[in-house]
Design a protein. Structure first.
Length: 475
């Protein structure tokens, strides 16, 4: 049993509401938007106080497993575990799995704090007070959610109606309200006892498992079986797919919170955003004297109240008001900030066309446990990539049946194995990898290694990789 809170970070979502930076395989929680940390790293930092918190447990999916591990390593934060969901089953199943895992390690009375990994929150005295209040209420057997004090009649959030007082600072939940239209949102704002549903929860492992047994028995049964049959893989726990897939796909709100008489809300007058739209990013950013938030390579003139972000070539924006201009390596989004909640509809339109569908799925920069690569140029029987390898990391020992490669070192030091020969490459040096040759690339240095890779051959797909030895278990 521990007196500390066990943080559970939900990091498996694949949202596209912040397209073109966020894609199905490049989720927003792992992207740096306005600061020097990703949203996931901000969440990790928020629970890094060892006096109050145990090491966090992260629930994610197969595709993001190395991203989670690497971004935690970058901050020097130790995780209590990384649980991999084999299929998406919404938040109820993820919470059940987390509660079972925490119960096994820390005891049934351990208090969990469920945290989405893609929210922006200011950690100040008000926030810490809310966490303490929620902790006390959870120890008293309540299932606690944080109700964000609304600042406008927002239609993009669900609402919680506050009822009678319970413990100090915590109140009974009268009801949950679905995302309202503008008229009803205004009425709730005027009433003064409605709060935005934050999606953050605090409860004991014992209490949430008991409530799930009452209101969502199929969920907890599937989770129990999936945990029991899970297997360890490096630093990851892989849930049994057949067992986990039996769970209904349902949120913790619908499964339990809206049904239980033990739901409580802690009003939270904190700085919070779920960053669900470009408008939300603009509101959170540091604006200039004209209300513009500008990051990356960009120049604005005669422009007001706008968000301009570039990850690639220089953007020049003139004579605009209330717009978002977002440039990734391969796509540019331009739209009104007050319509940015509808980006999802635009993404659906792009996904419906074969020519543009890849823009909604993959990003030119793909991250790997050793670093990653950016696709620069594709042509008939050739492609050019920028490879980057973190200090001390190695790619797998591998070979390709259909392509040869040229590597040119542009920054750092490369350790290259071709056959039984090992070569050290310095800046401006290059090496040729023949088709079919067994080879490996590593970074023995202390700074990021960057290379230009030129591939030539009859087939250049990523599935033409035969891994012979791999330290990340991908053989």
């Amino acid at each position: 049993m521990t007196d500390k809170i066990v943080p559970v970070i939900m990091a498996g979502g694949k949202g596209t509401r912040l397209w073109p930076l966020s894609r199905a395989t490049a989720a927003k929680q792992f992207i740096k938007f306005l600061g020097d940390k990703t949203l996931f790293q901000d969440t990790l930092a928020r629970v890094s106080d060892a006096k109050s918190y145990e090491p966090p447990l992260v629930v994610t999916n197969e595709e993001f497993r190395f991203l989670v591990a690497e971004q935690a390593r970058e901050l020097g934060i130790t995780l209590s575990g990384i649980v991999l969901e084999p299929v998406a089953r919404n938040t109820a199943a993820a919470v059940a799995v987390a509660a079972l895992a925490v119960s096994e390690r820390f005891g049934e009375d351990a208090i969990l704090q469920i945290l989405p990994s893609d929210h922006a929150i200011a950690v100040d005295a008000a926030y810490l007070d809310c966490v303490r209040t929620a902790h006390d209420a959870a120890k008293a057997g309540k299932l606690v959610t944080f109700g964000i004090t609304p600042t406008e009649p927002a239609t993009g959030y669900g609402y919680i109606e506050m009822g009678k007082a319970l413990t100090a600072g915590a109140y009974a939940v009268s009801r949950f309200v679905e995302k309202p239209d503008l008229e009803n949102a205004k009425k709730m704002l005027e009433a003064g006892n409605f709060y935005w549903n934050s999606g953050m929860f605090v409860f004991s492992a014992r209490q949430i498992i008991a409530e799930m047994n009452s209101y969502a028995p199929e969920v907890v049964a599937a989770a129990t079986e999936a945990v029991k049959k899970s297997v360890k893989d490096l630093d990851f726990s892989r849930l049994d797919e057949a067992s986990f897939a039996k769970s209904p796909s349902i949120s913790i709100d619908y499964a339990v919170m809206e049904k239980t008489p033990n739901a409580a809300v802690v009003p939270a007058p904190i700085t919070w955003s779920d960053l669900g739209s470009w408008d939300a990013v603009w509101k959170l950013g540091e604006a200039d004297e004209n209300g513009n938030v500008v990051t990356g390579k960009a120049t604005v003139s005669n422009t007001r109240n706008s968000l301009v972000m570039s990850r690639t070539s220089h953007l020049a924006v003139q004579g605009m008001d209330g717009i978002a201009v977002i440039a990734s390596e391969d796509a540019v989004y331009v739209g009104r900030l007050d319509e940015s909640q509808d980006v999802g509809k635009l993404v659906q339109l792009l996904a419906s066309d074969k020519a543009t569908a890849p823009l909604t799925e993959t990003h030119p920069t793909s991250l790997r446990p050793w670093g990653g690569y950016t696709s620069i140029l594709n042509g008939d029987r050739f492609q050019v990539k920028r490879l980057f390898v973190h200090p001390g990391k190695k790619l797998s020992l591998q070979k390709h049946h259909h392509r040869s490669e040229h590597w040119i070192c542009v920054r750092g030091t490369a350790e290259v194995t071709v056959g039984d020969k090992e070569t050290i490459l310095h800046e401006n040096q290059s090496i040729y990898i023949p088709q079919g040759a067994v080879h490996r690339l590593g970074n023995p240095g202390k700074i990021l290694l960057e290379l230009i890779e030129i591939q030539t051959g009859s087939y250049l797909g990523e599935d033409d990789i035969i891994r012979l030895v791999d330290e990340f278990g991908r053989n």
